[in-house]
Design a protein around this ligand. Structure first.
Ligand code: S3P
Length: 429
């Protein structure tokens, strides 16, 4: 294995002095995987899903639908064929624990709101800190009764569902999790449930519900759903662009690198990181069938306006590494939502990059990275956040010299348990 993982100390020591080369199929998209499982649980019959994300977050969604009465068979693991057999859902025997998964708890809140029984949703310390009133408030407007700390702004959420009425809702924050929760609840509501978005967010819920036969309509910035159910389906999950982004940036910043990443979901609400890397001058090309190629080249700073943030929200940690190594200043404007992710990413990202010698400043909701930095090996904390851990790893791969490490490495299991074996496959010493 390339690099050394110290399991006792949960610390990874990345290699140095190499480059990345080769082709790699990253695991299935995490956002799409959650939705495939929840929709299979709502379909009356047997669905077959191939290539799910094998991270702990998606395993939490699988366990949640099992707790609610669906049968899940995954003899080859989540990346193999997964069969979900579902009928009417039933109350879970105890609270459903989603681990670290914000997408699980928010989408499940919508699903639970539609059920004629009580469901309690909880999670790890990070989940208990994350804002939940973005879903509990509109779900209450639809008629769900929701109890939880701070007037149901925090988990655990106790959701008494059933008898919902459709609403027209414009979420105050751009969030695909909120849109997804309301659309799932809308499958059980009388009348029409409408979500109007001022900034588009990832369209997976509406696209997948429509593909699986539910009554969904999309007109410009307006998504609506009426009471209906997805039919059982067969579905292949495309590769996760948010995981691929780590290799794309690693190739862009490490001299001599050239990587091919096939089979990715590259719709416009998820490919913002490619557009930003292109503006930075990276040698990155995408094809219409989801193949990404990225090679080493010089980078320069760019401005990323607020309207572009939802299309790259999860890629900001790794884009900030590219920005640190580029010439000039990169500003991510209107990035305040990063405070509400698995960690407060404005502060954990600034701390991690500053430890490595980068010049980073947070002013209001703007994250500014001034390059070019000469990154130096150092000990970095993941802050329990998978994307901070993997971004720090790429920064250390590109750093000047050996000796750096990432503490709290285990957090990568959240989304990308195969990260180290994929690094091993691409790394040329
Ligand atoms: C996700 C939406 C985004 C993203 C998260 C996954 C989803 O969160 O950051 O990792 O699958 O809907 P928000 O909905 O909070 O923007």
């Amino acid at each position: 294995m390339i690099g050394v993982y110290d399991a006792a100390g949960d610390t990874f020591h990345p290699p140095a002095g190499g480059r990345l080369e080769g082709a790699l199929a990253v695991p299935g998209d995490k956002s799409i995987s959650h939705r495939a499982l929840l929709m299979a649980a709502l379909a009356d019959g047997t669905s077959h899903i191939f290539g799910l994300s094998d991270g702990e977050d998606v395993a939490s969604s699988a366990a949640a639908i099992e707790a609610l009465g669906a049968e899940v068979h995954a003899p080859l693991g989540l990346r193999g064929e997964v069969t979900v057999n579902a009928g009417a859902l039933r109350p879970a025997a105890s609270a459903i624990h989603v681990g670290n998964s914000g997408t699980s708890i928010r989408l499940l809140a919508g699903l639970a709101a539609g059920q004629p029984f009580t469901t309690t949703l909880t999670g790890d310390a990070s989940i208990l800190r994350r804002p939940m009133n973005r879903v509990s408030r509109p779900l209450r407007q639809m008629g769900a009764r929701i109890a939880g700390p701070y007037d149901a702004d925090s988990a655990p959420l106790e959701i008494r569902g059933g008898s919902l009425e459709g609403i027209v809702y414009s979420p105050p924050v751009a969030s695909a999790q909120v849109k997804g929760a309301l659309l799932l609840a809308g499958l059980f509501a009388s009348g029409e449930t409408v979500v109007i978005e001022s900034t588009p967010t990832r369209p997976h819920t509406e696209e997948m519900l429509a593909a699986f036969g539910a009554d969904v309509r999309v007109e410009a910035d307006r998504v609506s759903v009426r009471a209906s159910a997805p039919a059982p389906f067969e579905f292949v999950v495309p590769g996760d662009p948010s995981s691929a982004a780590f290799w794309a940036v690693a190739a862009a910043v490490i001299p001599g690198s050239d990587v091919l990443l096939p089979g990715l979901y590259l719709g416009p609400a998820r490919n913002g990181f490619i557009r930003v890397l292109q503006r930075m001058g990276a040698r990155i090309e995408a094809t219409s069938d989801g193949l990404l190629r990225c090679r080493y080249g010089d980078l320069r700073g760019v401005t990323v306006p607020a309207a572009e943030i939802p299309s790259l929200i999860d890629e900001i940690p790794i884009l900030a590494v590219a920005a640190a190594l580029g010439e000039g200043t990169t500003a991510f404007e209107g990035a305040g939502e990063l405070r509400h992710k698995e960690s407060d990413r404005l502060s954990t990202l600034r701390a991690a990059l500053a430890t490595l010698g980068a010049d980073v400043e947070v002013t209001g909701d703007t994250l500014e990275v001034r390059g070019p930095a000469r990154l130096r090996p150092a000990s970095v904390s993941s802050a329990g956040d998978h994307r901070i851990a993997m971004a720090a790893c790429v920064a250390l791969l590109a750093a000047d010299g050996h000796g750096g490490s990432i503490a709290g490495w285990r957090s990568v299991e959240t989304s990308y348990p195969g990260f180290l074996s994929d690094l091993n496959a691409l790394w040329k010493a």
